[in-house]
Design a protein around this ligand. Structure first.
Ligand code: 6R9
Length: 581
């Protein structure tokens, strides 16, 4: 039997207090994600239970108990105090999926600072924008990634501390500190910062259409949303062995790769060894994984890998599969039923929502290709594209929107109040963030289009803006365009998503060259590498088309919509604002 007994019954009389009941949490108890993921699990008698099973490249592997998690996160919390950091400061965690990433995430929270995880493949420019916007005080990183920080440190006046969590003292540069928590003296006790429901916890950066990325700020009270969705959607129980394949540089990797499972005291597995189908199946087999949360890109790559996995590997431990990040194709659901004996359950949510909003629940009929139904307690709808009135289950395509007030909702965009306000339909122009996020009469608009069928299932149609979803990662065209024109050969650039069988979309750049530069394969490669280093491999264009002129509106804005339609073979739509030749 699953944790969500029946979807319909769970909707009746729903209250978020059910999360507190699930966790056996009392009002006078500590409300603190760092402590709830470690200290509280130990107090409940599970200190010796395995919290983390970790494997890296080659045969590197290790495992840690909840008591280890408690002590090593204490170690990081104490370090921040020793360095003189203040609660509320932003502390960036910039490393691969190594155990210290997980310890330090909880440690930063225990100290009362705001954890700012950033994807370790980010180059110096992506990093600079996000550290600059957040006014980050400290970065925790590894020898491998410290180089990128060195390049930009002079331009980040707020950045006071760079801590290298593994490596050799001799390789440090001026102003860097080495701290290896596993060889440092054990910190047996640390009193976690007295957080309240509204105390900021995590700052996650997400890409926008125009301008620079936005930092979505979350709070400790989000834990109730993450806990209940983990229980009802991912169906985790005490004896499960769970694997979330996401990197904590992205929201799935923190909400469901750290917080939700650990507050429930579940054993988690982490594989930090890239992707190959055999390595992944082997990891499931070796660890007897029971619940698996992954992404369509990975599932499509598994589909393409030859062979029948269950002939080669013993995958019989698996009992529940879920997916997030991009549309999960109907074929992928059908394939997994055949190849793994279980369907993947699609779930939809965002950095901003902090937790799962629409999902296929265990026990509910799956319509392959549909995202399922809103989580009980979430009021969701689809708004008409023009009038912004709810269209209901008419099957009409509109904007996915949610009524504000769920626990894990983002509280603001860091330093961007106007963009925060623009996400709410009907918001007064002078409304403060706190008035918006608690007003059930408004709609928070997600930026995605869908329709609702007569049974109440949501069907994803596409994004409503120019943000590119490549392999489940959002990249903003503007950030790439800005980086492209820094290349000496590039005069102007327009970036759009181009269809791709595995990644759904890849980045394609249209580039106008400066005079004196000729198009060539070499130049194309050179520009690609320039972006990969500055931003990240995700942002690197897979194709560059050199053109004489870029389509623009009369007001001079690049018409990405036009270029995108050409790539997708879609109707180009209204071009009345297109600049004349
Ligand atoms: C959790 C996460 C959010 C965007 C979202 C949408 C896309 C996520 C999806 C999906 C279709 C699904 N997305 N889940 N599209 N079907 N099941 O991915 O957060 O990185 O902020 O991305 O991803 O476009 O708006 P985030």
């Amino acid at each position: 039997m699953s944790n969500i007994i029946s979807y319909e019954e769970s909707k009746q009389g729903f209250s978020w207090d059910l999360a507190k009941e699930l966790m056996n949490w009392k009002e006078d108890e500590v409300l603190h994600i760092g402590a709830m993921c470690s200290d509280r699990v130990c107090s409940a008698g599970k200190g010796e239970k395995t919290a983390l099973v970790w494997a890296g490249f080659g045969d590197r592997k290790c495992s840690y108990t909840f008591d280890d998690l408690r002590v090593y996160s204490n170690g990081f919390a104490k370090l921040l105090g020793d360095l003189g950091i203040s609660p509320g400061d932003r502390v960036c965690i910039f490393m691969d999926k190594i155990p210290s990433l997980y310890f330090s995430f909880l440690g930063v929270l225990k100290f009362g600072a705001i954890a700012q995880p950033l994807f370790s493949a980010f180059g110096d420019e992506s990093l600079e924008v996000r550290l600059g916007n957040a006014g980050t005080t400290a970065v925790l990183t590894t020898q491998k990634h410290a180089k990128k920080i060195r390049k930009i440190r002079d331009r980040l006046p707020a950045l006071k501390h760079v801590v290298v969590v593994e490596g050799a003292e001799s390789k440090l540069k001026d102003g860097e500190v080495l701290f290896d928590v596993e060889s440092a003296p054990r910190v047996e006790s640390f009193t976690a910062f007295r957080a309240e429901s509204e105390t900021p916890s995590v700052l996650h950066y997400t890409s926008g259409t125009t301008g620079q990325p936005k930092g979505a700020l979350h709070v400790h009270g989000s834990v109730f949303g993450q806990a209940l969705t983990t229980s009802w959607v991912l169906d985790l129980n005490d004896d499960d062995v769970y694997w979330c394949t996401a990197d904590p540089g992205w929201v799935t990797g923190t909400s469901y790769g750290i917080i939700g499972p650990w507050v429930l005291g579940t054993t988690q597995c982490v594989l930090d060894a890239g992707f190959t189908a055999n390595r992944w199946y082997q990891f499931v087999q070796d660890n007897r994984i029971t619940v698996w949360y992954s992404a369509p890109t990975a599932i499509r790559s598994l589909m393409r890998a030859a062979g029948e996995p269950t002939r080669q590997f013993d995958l019989s431990s698996l009992r529940h599969l879920a997916s997030v990040g991009e549309p999960l194709n109907a074929e992928a659901v059908v394939w997994s039923e055949k190849a793994l004996g279980l369907p993947f359950h699609d779930t939809f949510w965002q950095t901003e929502t902090g937790a799962i909003m629409i999902a296929n629940y265990p026990g509910m009929k799956i319509k392959p290709g549909s995202m399922g139904k809103p989580f009980p307690g979430i009021r969701a709808t689809v708004l008409d594209l023009e009038s912004h009135e709810p269209v209901g289950d008419s099957g009409k395509v509109g904007l996915i929107a949610f009524s504000p007030g769920w626990p894990s909702m983002f509280r603001r965009y860091w330093n961007k109040p106007d963009i925060y306000r623009s996400k709410f339909v009907g918001a007064p122009t002078d409304a403060e963030p706190d008035q918006l996020r608690t007003n059930p009469d408004l709609w928070y608009v997600s930026g995605d289009r869908a329709s609702i069928d007569q049974d109440g299932y949501y069907w994803f149609v596409g994004r409503d803006d120019d943000v590119i979803n490549t392999g489940g990662h959002l990249v903003g065209p503007f950030e790439i365009e800005s980086a492209l024109i820094e290349h000496e050969a590039v005069a102007e650039a327009a970036v759009v998503g181009k269809p791709d069988a595995v990644n759904m979309e890849v980045v394609k750049a249209f580039v106008m060259l400066n005079s004196g530069f000729e198009k060539s394969d070499q130049l194309e490669l050179d520009i690609m590498n320039f972006i990969r280093k500055k931003l990240s491999p995700l942002a690197m264009p897979q194709e560059i088309e050199f053109s004489e002129k870029l389509p623009k509106t009369r007001s001079g804005k690049i018409l990405r919509r036009y270029l995108r339609a050409l790539e997708w073979g879609e109707e180009v739509g209204d071009l009345s604002t297109l600049e004349d030749d």
